[in-house]
Design a protein around this ligand. Structure first.
Ligand SMILES: Cc1cc2nc3c(=O)[nH]c(=O)nc-3n(C[C@H](O)[C@H](O)[C@H](O)COP(=O)(O)OP(=O)(O)OC[C@H]3O[C@@H](n4cnc5c(N)ncnc54)[C@H](O)[C@@H]3O)c2cc1C
Length: 448
């Protein structure tokens, strides 16, 4: 079918979606506010690298690019914990061999755009900022960031893949009655820092892990890059006792890092310059409904469901949106009103669920990962799940390794499992010594 499709935003999700639609024969025109990142150097906003897991990989497999992306990915098999007293710990993410993958945001985005451009029916237009969408008429408006020239485009379908602060969503909100919108910021912001590679390009800390420095109300994490560096992210409240507002001078930053991250400081020679130069960014959650309008406009990716990054699922969820949409095109044989209607009915509960999971994982990462009871719980769950894989899948595994399980189910089932674990751990005195005994196994089975 030679429908004309306009995509607003050539980020991760828009670029992937352009390939799915073009492969089906649609004529796809993508409009991106920024210059072409393949021709300009520099920071593409948000994080430098991201964790890609099985839901995202499934999205990439659907367009045949997963193996290429795996080549630029570093598997991380668990959390490597750095405690304030200088000791360290390790917590595997799943069963042996299961990993999440650290990938460069720009790397994956550029590979998707390159692949899209091999198809004759995709065209990228850069420095074109969307200023509005009329979903009734199927018209989207753009202004060129360099020339200020204005363009209006007619199309049969429009996708708003323009991220957390979507202009397409704002237009739809202003033009439609009863649009539900909920946006909130968490108290923490983030700042990216770096651990450079060693003198011979080697990794200075464990390569195949996601590093966490949990400090209760704040934390630092580090993900590896293929050049031997680690991108560190400090997540911390904007105000209060340990907060960005308290770190205004180089002296304050130095005193703080020496005190709270003593093992990281020697690895971060450019810390003070980076801290003073790099931006401090905020973290937003957006929940809204509907996601589709007048059978012509649909929101996808962060535009529909912006979430905080603590479960490493924002991009993965956006890629899964593309997979679901693609399946629905098959199911409804290109009947777009039916496709769009089912898309939002199916995906909205999952978008809400992954937003809640992500908020919950902030507490888990910054606080619980330093708690021995939490480690014990995870150990028991992994052991029990190994014995009874049909009865128990840890929540982290459901979210990260099981694209066949919906986020909404993972959230609900995870809560139930957590309640069971709290009861079992309270009921067995000295469980630390007998966590893998028939007594504990029987007790869990009784609660199921
Ligand atoms: C610090 C941080 C760490 C993260 N880590 C992870 C992770 O480990 N794993 C994971 O899965 N997710 C992670 N995420 C989430 C992930 O970055 C997003 O979910 C993902 O980028 C969403 O892709 P998108 O294409 O929907 O939006 P975006 O990537 O934001 O792309 C939107 C595009 O639209 C363009 N645009 C915006 N407005 C307009 C306009 N008016 N006109 C035209 N174009 C426009 C933008 O320039 C951009 O290119 C993280 C996010 C943050 C902030």
């Amino acid at each position: 079918m030679s429908k004309k499709v306009t995509l607003v935003g050539a980020g991760l999700v828009g670029s992937l979606l352009s390939i799915y639609l073009a492969k089906r024969g649609y004529n796809v025109n993508v409009f991106e506010r920024r210059p072409d990142m393949r021709k300009t150097k520099g920071y593409a906003g948000k994080s430098i690298n991201l964790a890609l897991s099985d839901r995202g990989l499934r999205g990439l497999e659907g367009v045949g690019i997963a193996d290429e992306i795996r080549k630029i990915a570093i598997p991380m098999y668990g959390r490597f914990l750095h405690y304030q007293d200088g000791t360290t710990g390790y917590q595997p993410y799943g069963k042996e061999g299961q990993a999440i993958n650290s990938v460069s945001r720009a790397g994956i985005n550029m590979m998707l755009m390159d692949l899209a451009e091999t198809l004759p029916n995709v065209k990228f237009n850069f420095e074109e900022r969307c200023t509005g969408v009329d979903s009734v008429k199927g018209v989207s408006s753009f202004v060129n960031e360099s020339t200020q020239a204005q363009t209006t485009i007619n199309s049969d379908l429009i996708f708003g893949s323009d991220g957390a602060f979507s202009a397409a969503r704002l237009s739809a909100m202003l033009g439609h009655d009863r649009f539900e919108y909920n946006q909130f910021y968490i108290e923490a912001g983030y700042k990216e820092l770096v651990i450079p590679a060693g003198p011979n390009g080697e990794f200075l800390i464990e390569k195949n892990a996601l590093h966490i420095w949990p400090r209760k109300s704040f934390m630092m994490i580090a993900l590896p890059n293929i050049d031997g560096t680690f991108t560190c992210t400090l997540f911390m409240p904007f105000t209060g006792e340990n907060s960005f507002e308290k770190l205004k001078t180089r002296e304050e930053v130095k005193e703080f890092f020496d005190r709270v991250f003593p093992d990281a400081v020697p690895l971060m020679p450019t810390l003070l310059d980076d801290f003073m130069t790099n931006p401090t960014a905020s973290l937003v959650t957006v929940k809204c409904f509907p996601w589709t309008f007048d059978d012509k406009l649909a929101l996808i990716g962060d535009a529909a469901h912006a979430i905080v990054p603590f479960y490493g699922q924002g991009m993965n969820c956006g890629f899964e949106d593309c997979v679901v949409l693609n399946e629905l095109i098959d199911k409804h044989k290109e009947n777009w009103p039916a496709i769009l209607n089912e898309y939002q009915i199916l995906r909205k509960p999952d978008g809400d669920a992954v937003a809640d999971l992500a908020i919950g994982n902030f507490t888990e990462m910054r606080d619980k990962t330093a708690d021995p009871k939490f480690h014990l719980q995870k150990k028991i769950e992994a052991w029990f799940s190994e014995k009874h894989p049909d009865k128990w899948v840890p929540q982290y595994s459901m979210v990260t390794y099981r694209p066949d399980i919906r986020y909404s189910y993972a959230l609900k089932r995870g809560k139930e499992q957590d309640e069971i674990m709290q009861k079992v751990m309270a009921a067995v005195p000295g469980i630390e010594e007998k966590w893998d005994t028939p007594e504990v196994e029987k007790l869990i089975l009784q609660h199921l």
